[in-house]
Design a protein around this ligand. Sequence first.
Ligand SMILES: Nc1ncnc2c1ncn2[C@@H]1O[C@H](COP(=O)(O)OP(=O)(O)OP(=O)(O)O)[C@@H](O)[C@H]1O
Length: 328
Amino acid sequence: MIVLDQVNKVYPSSKDGDVVALQDINLRIERGEIFGIVGHSGAGKSTLLRLLNGLEKPTSGSVTVDGISISESGDRELREARKKIGMIFQHFHLLWSRTVWENVAFPLELAGKSKKEIREKVDALLERVGLSHRANAYPAQLSGGQKQRVGIARALANDPSVLLCDEATSALDPETTTSILQLLKEIHRDTGITMVIITHEMSVVKRMCHRMAVMEAGKVVEMGEVETLFREPKHPVTQQFVQSYHTEKLEASKEHTDLIRVKSDDLDRIWSRLADWVKIGVTVTILPDHEKNDGMVALQVSGEPDQVRDAVEEIREFERRSEVIPHV
Ligand SMILES: Nc1ncnc2c1ncn2[C@@H]1O[C@H](COP(=O)(O)OP(=O)(O)OP(=O)(O)O)[C@@H](O)[C@H]1O
């Protein structure tokens, strides 16, 4: 289990004054959970990850991973703890002068494993990530997806209990992203490893994570089950991310979206009416309207165009106090 308790991180800077990268972070990630952290550039995601693997210490507060206090550990203890925390990166961070096989062997050599142990482990890992046939290639000879597979094999070398993923699919095309996420899912299924996934791509969170935290300006502004946050995002930043997810999906699949304003008092009845549409693939998201404050909320209805129109028509007929927001 990962626990962050009242964590703050301040970078002193003579030029800009102190930079508060993380502020009052309280987080609890269960063993075996896949946890997503989402936020715009500069929100503090990478800083949080660096605290989790002990690359940096918090200014105050504590970071504990599987019972070991990462924030308090000395160098030696930290080296041991890090073996149980694997990490993969957007730009892979492979050793370019070493072959695929030697890259995966590297952490095992550092851990002082015997030649026989290393051989068996590296062969098994390369098979696991589907790269046995490229064992003697150099990273420069691989595709992006293959490089990330090497990264994953290397991260798993010491049988970590936690895998930290820092924008691990952000440099990959959609198809390769799908295959890497599939591989990570299989690894999670087979090992029960805890995963922390940092990303700005909501589609990654939607496909992978159980729970997520949304960060802005060094703070966690919303946290919860992925399904709940997608259905009912409360904080404006979460709403923005959810909306951009739907917009991207829409553009990709030529889906249609309608917005309809309804009385929030009527929501329960409307939900029960919409349940059948949701079952056949129509997505409905509640977007609270904080500005007007007139007891109305907006429902964003997305999906196959005919189904969306029929669903919206049904709400209008059923709920006379609703109003469709015209597309601009
Ligand atoms: N070593 C550092 N020294 C000074 N300021 C830093 C340092 N590292 C990060 N920061 C600042 O801390 C804040 C959070 O940065 P961080 O890299 O954690 O954000 P992020 O959400 O990961 O963004 P990105 O997705 O662009 O990497 C930013 O304002 C950044 O400029």
